[in-house]
Design a protein around this ligand. Structure first.
Ligand SMILES: CC(=O)N[C@H]1[C@@H](OP(=O)(O)OP(=O)(O)OC[C@H]2O[C@@H](n3ccc(=O)[nH]c3=O)[C@H](O)[C@@H]2O)O[C@H](CO)[C@@H](O)[C@@H]1O[C@H](C)C(=O)N[C@@H](C)C(=O)N[C@H](CCC(=O)O)C(=O)O
Ligand SMILES: Nc1ncnc2c1ncn2[C@@H]1O[C@H](COP(=O)(O)OP(=O)(O)OP(=O)(O)O)[C@@H](O)[C@H]1O
Ligand SMILES: N[C@H](CCC[C@H](N)C(=O)O)C(=O)O
Length: 497
């Protein structure tokens, strides 16, 4: 319970400042009796337009901007209203105060970067559990509190939901929480009021330019995590030039991780043997094994280990866990068929991820089934097609989640990138090995058929997603299930030949 007059952020209180609130929500549909409704301006609507619903659900007060106050219905009557020119910017601190967020409990590990956040947080969580911690996990695929899983709506929840999760974690005895911090979340103040014991950076490559406009702005959003407001120290994988820039720009102490000797990183990935490697720092030498295939998962594992070491966990404590832990990250390099053909489902939905996922696979031929999402950075589409053509023998282009866009147009943009690679002579796939299927199911079946007995098929883009979004319709669709069926049908038709 907090009195309105005691909430942080300096909002002007119109009405009784002694009114107390017990919860906060920025969605009128989830407001609880006695709660504060944050009516925020958005791109589609102003939250104040939904104030009636919040009042009907028992809201005790409303936080909004001056424009929102003017939009409130007459029925709002005597309900106290807090106004602030930028209510989103004070919402995190308000939510932290209402839910009693404690910077130490749980200890927060936050990971940002274009690719690898989900995988690295799962690895971090598995390591924390194997050294006996009670853990929490927040990210794209799942939200877990001391072993109890609940569905995730976003990669990083909105501030009111986030601070409520921290409270639930404290109530359940969680002492360490690994979470993904998206660039959208940093831009939209969703993690305000949270403080990370250690922040991690995986890499930065093209994505989300629809939201950020330029790579520089996208980088700036990610770099916010490396400021004293959000974190005490950081670990940066030297994956690209943006990472090197972040080492310079970081406003908190950071250490680096790299497998390249010339990088002279603080934590060096050495003696790689398959998925096993040694993480060497000035005073540690830790033998470890990535629990997942792909070179990039060695880097994700090294990041997780370095973050734990930087948080104060000792190398001795980690030694047994590091060499022998397992983790299943749904839809991330998930092997759905070991052979005939080998089939892998992976959430690669950026040019870099498609390139890296294919680079880690062998098989003759190597086939990729991919597409691009609608209402997302359209400039990445040709680059995804190019990455597919340059790294696979057969490229099958199909729909991802078209959302409200025309699916054929999206496919054409992806195909244009693949064909450009052929025209420029950089393609591994021949021109006639770039094919299009509107139906994702047929595309997967064709991919499995093309890979045949000895090949490998990568089904990229949708990973763990349970459905395919076409306009307002979400069709049930699980790449893993469809791929498994396609492989078994190929097997039975091969057996009857
Ligand atoms: C670009 C973006 O992130 N937009 C988010 C933002 O939308 P917005 O500010 O435009 O809100 P709006 O739709 O105009 O609505 C205005 C206000 O009315 C409220 N409202 C709306 C309807 C209603 O019935 N009642 C109600 O109270 C909304 O909660 C909102 O506060 O605030 C909304 C409320 O929380 C979010 O649902 C919405 O996420 C959209 C749907 C989204 O798709 N976000 C994605 C891109 C995203 O955030 N992705 C990242 C991961 C990216 C990565 O891969 O790294 C993530 O962290 O999940
Ligand atoms: N360190 C890495 N470098 C490059 N690519 C990676 C790395 N880790 C994972 N990937 C690729 O990126 C895909 C997405 O990985 P993951 O889900 O872990 O990232 P993410 O940052 O959580 O993505 P999103 O925010 O979109 O959910 C994987 O399926 C894999 O193909
Ligand atoms: N977090 C990413 C996921 C993209 C997944 C892909 N299947 C798509 O729909 O584009 C996004 O919202 O951009």
């Amino acid at each position: 319970m907090m009195k309105l007059s005691e909430l942080p952020g300096g909002a002007a209180v119109h009405g009784d400042g002694n009114t107390t609130v017990n919860s906060v929500s920025l969605d009128s549909r989830t407001v609880e009796p006695g709660g504060l409704y944050a009516a925020l301006p958005g791109t589609n609507a102003h939250g104040a337009q939904f104030a009636q619903q919040a009042l009907d659900r028992g809201a005790a007060a409303i936080l909004t901007d001056p424009a929102g106050r003017d939009l409130l219905p007459a029925s709002a009557g005597d309900i106290p209203v807090l106004t602030h020119p930028a209510p989103r910017a004070i919402l995190g601190d308000i939510a932290a105060a209402i839910y009693g967020t404690d910077p130490q409990t749980p200890a927060l590990f936050g990971i940002t970067g274009t690719n690898g956040k989900t995988t690295s947080t799962f690895i971090l969580d598995a390591l924390l559990r194997s050294i006996g911690r009670t853990t929490g996990l927040i990210g794209t695929v799942a939200t877990v509190i001391a072993g109890q899983e609940q569905p995730s709506v976003r990669t990083t929840p909105e501030a009111p939901d986030l601070h409520r999760l921290f409270k639930n974690m404290r109530d359940q005895g969680v002492d360490a929480c690994s979470m993904e911090v998206s660039s959208h979340a940093l831009s939209q103040h969703r993690v305000d009021g949270a403080h990370f014991t250690v922040a991690g950076f995986t890499n930065l490559s093209q994505d989300h330019l629809d939201f950020h406009g330029t790579m520089e702005e996208y980088y700036r959003a990610k770099a916010l995590l490396f400021t004293p407001q959000f974190a005490s120290r950081g670990v940066i994988v030297l994956a690209d030039d943006w990472a090197r820039q972040l080492v310079n720009d970081s406003q908190i102490p950071v250490v680096t991780v790299s497998a390249r000797p010339e990088d002279n990183a603080d934590y060096r990935i050495e003696d790689i043997d398959g998925l096993a490697f040694t993480l060497r720092g000035s005073s540690v030498s830790l033998r470890a094994k990535s629990p997942l295939p792909g070179d990039f998962n060695i880097s994700n594992t090294a990041l997780a280990l370095a973050m734990l070491l930087e948080s104060g966990v000792s190398a001795d404590e980690l030694a047994a866990a590091a060499e022998g832990f397992s983790v299943n990250v749904p839809g991330r390099m998930e092997v759905v068929s070991e052979q005939a053909p080998r089939a892998i489902v992976d959430y690669s939905h950026t040019p870099d991820a498609i390139e890296k996922a294919l680079a880690g696979l062998s098989g003759q031929p190597l086939v990729v089934v991919c597409g691009a999402g609608g209402e997302r950075d359209d400039s990445k589409r040709p680059l995804m097609g190019r990455a597919a053509a340059e790294n696979a023998d057969v490229v099958i282009i199909t729909d991802d989640n078209p959302r409200s866009e025309d699916p054929a147009t999206i496919r054409a943009e992806v195909i244009a990138g693949a064909r450009a690679a052929v025209a420029e002579g950089t393609s591994r796939a021949a021109a006639d090995a770039i094919v299009e299927y509107a139906s994702r199911r047929e595309a997967i079946e064709a991919g499995v058929a093309a890979a045949g007995e000895s090949g490998t098929v990568l089904v990229a883009g949708k990973g763990h997603e349970p459905g395919q979004d076409y306009g307002d319709t979400k069709l049930p669709f699980d790449d893993r299930e469809i791929t498994r069926t396609a492989v078994s049908q190929r097997g039975s038709s091969a057996a009857t030949r």
